[in-house]
Ligand binder design. Structure first.
Ligand code: GYE
Length: 327
């Protein structure tokens, strides 16, 4: 009799446990035992961002994970709300791409208290408490900025230019790529008297704002007052090219154009002689993120920082090189 009771008890416990393990996936279906990742994407401002979102979705499918994704349309409050909803839902891991570096400590403390690991994807946060995130997967933006500076130095060496006036079109203020692409660039060219940064205006990583910035710069300095445009992403650069060409100015010839990302349209523009330098930044981070999620679930120790390998394409390279490809 006792034995029968024990068997019955075990069977009931197993049934209850199996029921608890089920979590709905992003389509709301019951997905017994599957890992659920809550992903707060910051927006859809550029081709880079759209490719990055697609990479996360594809990788989640490949790994068989449920992906609950919220797009914040460039609003930090919406990202905070999304993270809170992932905590309430008790997802297995939170992944997010912070629009700016500051203002995350409270919500990340809540995630920590709930025991949910957080992976930062693409952008960093500013904090003294590194325990607020488990790992960071994203580019080394400082190295990207340095590459842009090194290209410009080489160009000046080869052309013998004595004075180059640079206008910077920056990404979203206080975002990691904006801060570090600027810092890396300045660390390379800042001490060299051939270079002068005459202005830095914010184009928020948007093509439409890249156009506006270019208009403003031309009004302020005229076509002969600017020698170099250093733009923090391709979307803004492509907007600026449209304006330059409308004004009869030849980009890459009349004004040197340095850009970051490496989307197809920008790499084509480099091949067609409309851009001088494309510093690469890959949006394909999904696989690396999901690999970390898997390792986390297996209880393996994680590397804190993961940077993908990146380089640059310039007008010194052979445009027929098959490696010269955009995303
Ligand atoms: O360069 C830009 C996007 O954070 C690396 O954000 C990313 C940047 C990227 O909007 O195109």
């Amino acid at each position: 009799m006792k034995r029968l009771l024990l068997v019955l008890l075990l069977a009931v416990t197993a049934a209850v446990l199996a029921g608890c393990a089920g979590k709905p996936d992003s389509a709301g279906k019951e997905n017994t035992g599957a890992v659920v990742v809550g992903f707060s994407q910051l927006g859809a401002e550029s081709s880079w961002r759209i490719a990055n979102t697609a990479s996360m979705e594809q990788a989640a499918r490949d790994y068989g994970y449920g992906l609950m994704m919220e797009n914040a349309n460039q609003k930090q409050e919406k990202q905070i709300d999304a993270i809170r909803s992932f905590i309430a839902y008790q997802v297995d891991v939170i992944v997010f791409s912070p629009i700016v570096e500051t203002g995350w400590e409270n919500v990340l403390k809540e995630a920590k208290q709930a025991g949910i690991p957080v992976i930062l994807m693409d952008r960093m946060i500013e904090t003294d408490d590194e325990s607020l995130y488990t790992a960071y997967v994203g580019a080394d933006f400082y190295a990207e900025g340095r590459r842009a500076g090194e290209y410009l130095k080489r160009k000046a060496d080869e052309t013998g230019a004595e004075k180059l006036r640079i206008a910077e079109i920056s990404g979203t203020l206080d975002s990691t790529p904006m801060r570090d692409r600027q810092r890396g660039f300045m660390d390379v060219i800042g001490e060299d008297s051939r270079f002068e940064v005459i202005d830095s205006i914010c184009g928020d990583f948007l093509r439409s704002k890249g156009e506006e910035c270019m208009q403003t710069l031309l009004q302020k300095y005229g076509k002969d007052g600017i020698d170099v445009i250093y733009s923090h992403n391709d979307s803004m650069t492509l907007g600026a090219l449209d304006i330059l060409e409308k004004e009869g100015i030849k980009p890459a010839q009349d004004i040197l154009i340095i850009t970051v990302d490496g989307e197809k349209e920008a790499v084509e523009a480099l091949k067609n002689g409309r851009i001088n330098c494309v510093v690469q930044c890959t949006p394909n981070l999904g696989n690396s993120v999901m690999k970390l999620v898997k390792e986390l679930k297996e209880g393996k120790p994680l590397e804190k920082i993961y940077h993908p390998d990146e380089g640059m394409f310039t007008d010194f390279d052979d445009p027929k090189d098959p490696n010269m490809e955009g995303f």
